[in-house]
Ligand binder design. Structure first.
Ligand SMILES: [Zn+2]
Length: 477
């Protein structure tokens, strides 16, 4: 029984690992590599395994960097089940459909510009086929995915339906348990529950996106949002919030509802200007059984969620364009989350040169994105190829990340029983090193950082380097 580390070992996106046990091959996640055009070209490369030979997939959560290559896997011959949380199936329906439709549009664009044989990475139809192969599990439910391999999803508190995965593998007398973190959420974040304890494990594979830093305090962040709203109200401007469709958009609406009186929200018109965020929100609000106690208690006194009377769901493009006429009093939540496309660009065009406009940056802005330029304080930016002066006030607030910080990851690892071996994945190189040092000093723990192709022997917890001419690679497809 062994686990081969494949994606998300060297980089932050594109999670994918391969479990081989009892003659079966099982994938843990099958994520899309995201980044520049050159990096994203990696997604078209062959998998280092025969797709048709995969027996099952276990999917930790719906984010595209964990689920986004599933349609490709299906397209290349995978016909087996994809086990995941039932709420993740609903979110994947939205997220994979969007990912496919972006790919189709991109291919059409390239064909129009002379690349006659440009093909989308996958089509909407293929994405929907992948969703059709998903089998929903509840948290805590034990599912034998193949003889001798049992899987249990536990709440990771990252986005709705997100799970860390407990896998029990039996071969003869040997029984080994490993836990794969997927992405871990913050403790005490709004709406979702805290990550569950790790429990007993022989090996833990942990992500490390924010393994080298601490987030800002959550309560201070909320107070900061309140201050920005009140200042913008006095200055009679608009507020723009670039936000991810899943997670951040719902947290913002939840906070608006919670602080409706305190922040004088009735003076504003709030627009959720993203078809994907509108769909994701209705999924979030329909799964109260997955919320934390605070959110359930809050909900119990309300007629509906979110309790924001002046909320407008502007799904259609003409509804979105109508917002352009508003010079004050609008709070606009729109994608993309990093301002590298989407409807937020149109709103920026109409507002960024106004000194009374406030832009709330609430998430991670990758290098090379417009969001990063705003965070860095650039005074001029390009929107749809045209230069614009940045007169708007840009606020970067830090406490709303969907990922746990260094202390959250530590707290989670401390909940492990049985002194497991720890493997650090899913982070930038320097961050993983820093997190390893941190674990050494805090827990006297000798964690390992696997490289792509490294194989972990689950019996001994020994890590073996990639073999150049690996027989598993004969059937590359
Ligand atoms: Zn994620």
């Amino acid at each position: 029984m062994e686990l081969e580390f494949y994606g998300a070992t060297r980089r932050v996106t594109g999670s994918c690992h391969i479990l081989r046990a009892g003659g079966f091959t099982i994938l843990l996640d099958c994520g899309l590599v995201q980044g520049s055009r050159e990096t994203e070209a990696l997604n078209r490369e062959p998998f280092p395994f025969d797709s048709a030979g995969i027996d099952a997939v276990i999917l930790s959560h719906g984010h595209i960097d964990h689920s986004g290559r599933l349609p490709l896997l299906v397209n290349r011959g995978f016909q087996g089940p994809i086990y995941t949380h039932y709420a993740t199936i609903e979110l994947c329906h939205v997220l994979l459909k969007d990912s496919a439709s972006l790919a189709e549009h991109d291919a059409q664009y390239r064909r129009r510009h002379g690349e006659v044989d440009a093909e989308p990475l996958y089509t909407v139809e293929e994405a929907m086929r992948a969703v059709g192969q998903m089998k929903g599990l509840r948290y805590g439910q034990k599912q034998e995915v193949m003889p001798g391999i049992t899987v249990q999803l536990q709440d990771a508190g990252h986005i709705l339906g997100s799970a860390f995965v407990r896998v029990e593998v039996s071969e003869g007398e040997q029984v080994r348990t490993f836990v794969f973190s997927g992405d871990m959420g913050q403790y005490d974040s709004p709406i979702l529950r805290d990550p569950e304890p790790v429990g007993q494990a022989d090996v833990v594979i942990v992500e490390s996106t924010y393994g080298d830093r601490l987030h800002k305090n959550f309560d201070q962040t909320v107070a900061e949002i309140g201050d920005i709203i009140q200042t913008a109200c006095r200055e009679c401007g608009n507020i723009l919030i670039p936000a991810f469709a899943v997670g951040r958009s719902q947290e913002m609406l939840y906070l608006f509802g919670q602080h409706y009186q305190e922040w004088d929200m009735s003076k504003w018109e709030v627009f959720l200007d993203s078809p994907m965020a509108i769909e994701a929100s209705s999924i979030y609000w329909s799964h109260e059984e997955l919320w934390d106690q605070e959110a359930s208690l809050f909900r119990s006194n309300l007629r509906r969620m979110p309790p924001v009377d002046n909320l407008h769901l502007t799904g259609r493009i003409e509804q979105s364009m109508a917002i352009n006429g508003m010079e004050k009093g609008a709070i606009i939540i729109a994608g993309s989350g990093m301002c590298n496309g989407g409807r937020i660009i149109h709103h920026l065009k109409h507002n960024i040169e106004r000194g009374d406009c406030h832009i709330i940056i609430s998430g991670f802005m990758a290098e090379g994105t417009l969001g990063r330029e705003l965070v860095q304080g650039n005074r001029e930016v390009y929107l749809h190829g045209q230069p614009f002066r940045v007169e708007a006030q840009v606020h970067t607030i830090g406490g709303l990340s969907a990922h746990g910080d260094r202390n959250d990851l530590l707290r989670w690892l401390k909940s492990a029983e049985g002194k497991p071996s720890v493997m650090i994945v899913h982070g930038e190189e320097s961050v993983k090193e820093s997190f390893r040092e941190f674990l050494k000093s805090e827990l006297s723990m000798d964690a390992l950082i696997p490289k792509p192709g490294d194989r972990l022997d689950l019996n001994t917890a020994g890590l073996h380097p990639a073999v150049a001419d690996n027989s598993n690679n004969k059937h590359r497809q």
